[in-house]
Ligand binder design. Structure first.
Ligand SMILES: NC(=O)c1ccc[n+]([C@@H]2O[C@H](COP(=O)([O-])OP(=O)(O)OC[C@H]3O[C@@H](n4cnc5c(N)ncnc54)[C@H](O)[C@@H]3O)[C@@H](O)[C@H]2O)c1
Length: 379
């Protein structure tokens, strides 16, 4: 029988309330508390959900509330200390993207979760979206042929962050989709960008992930654009996909178009490219809130003792790419090699957790420092 998992959500700013709404609505879950430094945010949420406790003290989330799982939706700098404290207290832990501020922090969190036999899941929400799941299905069925390159654009006006640049804020969504499709880590990363509004914090970035076999992904992220754009083009040797996440309907379009070089020709006059123009197909995609599936997956992984699709390793890979992008920005766009580069076998399904050495601990000395009230950011 499924256990009714007691969950607490930390961080009730812009994104936290979406997690609160979803966890509260799921039958396998008892949303027990909401935690934020801002009493005003808690008052607002308590009006919506009066049965859920609202607290300002993160320590109580870990030691006094009897929770099974903690969901962290604070700004990125708080992810590592809060997640570390949560895991050491024996709580299954969900961290919003990006997992932490450095690869080293991610590695430590993965290690603690493994030793404790706990579920560690990262909020790479788009991998739970029906559109991305359909795209992955089409790629896996071989409909597109060999994937040649991917081009992603995620643009809008704001919301400006003070402590991370636009690549750390918006590109995680695209990087997670690209890695899911490519099933490989890139060999290197180039990133150029500029800071127009806040000195030192790039508000426009252009990142290139360079994969083996001449494959690549371009990711353009911006807080300085008049239109909200969330577009991705996936180019295969046989077919191409255009994915427009802003579209209300027909988000994914499969184009039967390609270009081929003739294998043999005798004179230059004989040479010409072969362009193929076929039909455009719009696959049926079931409407479903990605966040609901993501929250359900977290609960299922806890109940079944399995590692999530978006586990700590996925979070770490993404943060490695972000770190390389920051280094490339410092080097004016030079290619920065990734430490664990090249092909790696991506898991296609979840794997069981080792819970043999699991033991919760008290963590009052590991509590993160209380920060100031944050401003909203976009996803
Ligand atoms: N998955 C997605 O699609 C998506 C979308 C948007 C944001 N996010 C992620 O969600 C996270 C939060 O983003 P946001 O836009 O909601 O940020 P935000 O600044 O609006 O909210 C953060 C909240 O955390 C609270 N907080 C800070 N320190 C705290 C502490 N010590 N104890 C308790 N509460 C504390 C702040 O008071 C604030 O209300 C980020 O990691 C962001 O990248 C994910």
């Amino acid at each position: 029988m499924k256990k009714n998992i007691k969950v607490g959500v930390v961080g009730c700013g812009y994104w936290g309330p979406n997690l609160i709404r979803n966890f509260r609505a799921l039958p396998d879950c008892q949303l027990q508390l909401m935690c934020d430094l801002s009493q005003a945010r808690l008052n607002h949420l308590r009006q919506l959900y009066p049965e859920v406790e609202g607290i300002t003290d993160f320590a109580h989330t870990l030691n006094g509330a009897g929770l099974d799982a903690v969901v962290i939706a604070t700004s990125v700098k708080h992810h590592y200390p809060m997640a570390k404290a949560s895991l050491l207290a024996g709580k299954h832990t969900f961290i919003e993207k990006p997992m932490a501020s450095s690869a080293e922090q991610c590695e430590e969190l993965i290690d603690i979760a493994r030793r404790q036999g706990l579920v560690l899941m990262i909020g790479h929400t788009f991998l739970y979206s029906p559109a991305v799941r359909k795209i992955k299905e089409l790629v896996d069925w071989g409909d597109l042929g060999e994937i040649r390159y991917i081009c992603a654009r995620r643009l809008n006006l704001g919301l400006f962050q003070k402590d991370i640049n636009v690549a750390w804020d918006l590109a995680p969504h695209d990087i997670s989709i690209v890695l899911h499709i490519m099933e490989q880590m890139p060999l290197s990363v180039n990133c150029r960008g500029s800071a127009h509004v806040t000195p030192g914090i790039e508000d426009v970035t252009s990142m290139c992930l360079n994969f083996p076999d001449n494959r690549s992904a371009l990711i353009h992220s911006s807080w300085l654009d008049p239109r909200k754009t969330r577009e991705m083009t996936i180019v295969g040797s046989k077919k191409m996909i255009v994915y427009d996440d802003v579209a209300q309907i027909e988000k994914v379009k499969l184009y039967d178009v390609r270009v081929e070089r003739p294998p043999h020709y005798d004179t230059f006059g004989d040479f010409h490219y072969a362009y193929h123009y076929g039909d455009m197909h719009v696959p049926y995609i079931k409407q479903e809130e990605p966040l609901k599936s993501e929250c359900q997956h977290f609960l299922d992984c806890i109940n079944e003792g399995i590692s999530p699709l978006t586990d700590g390793v996925r979070g770490l890979e993404l943060v490695r790419i972000l770190e390389a992008s920051s280094e490339s920005l410092r080097q004016s766009g030079a290619a920065v090699a990734l430490r664990s580069s090249g092909a790696r076998e991506f898991r296609s399904s979840t794997v069981p957790l080792d819970r043999s050495d699991a033991r919760p601990r008290q963590v009052s000395s590991l509590m993160p420092e209380a920060g100031s009230v944050e401003t909203c950011i976009t996803g």
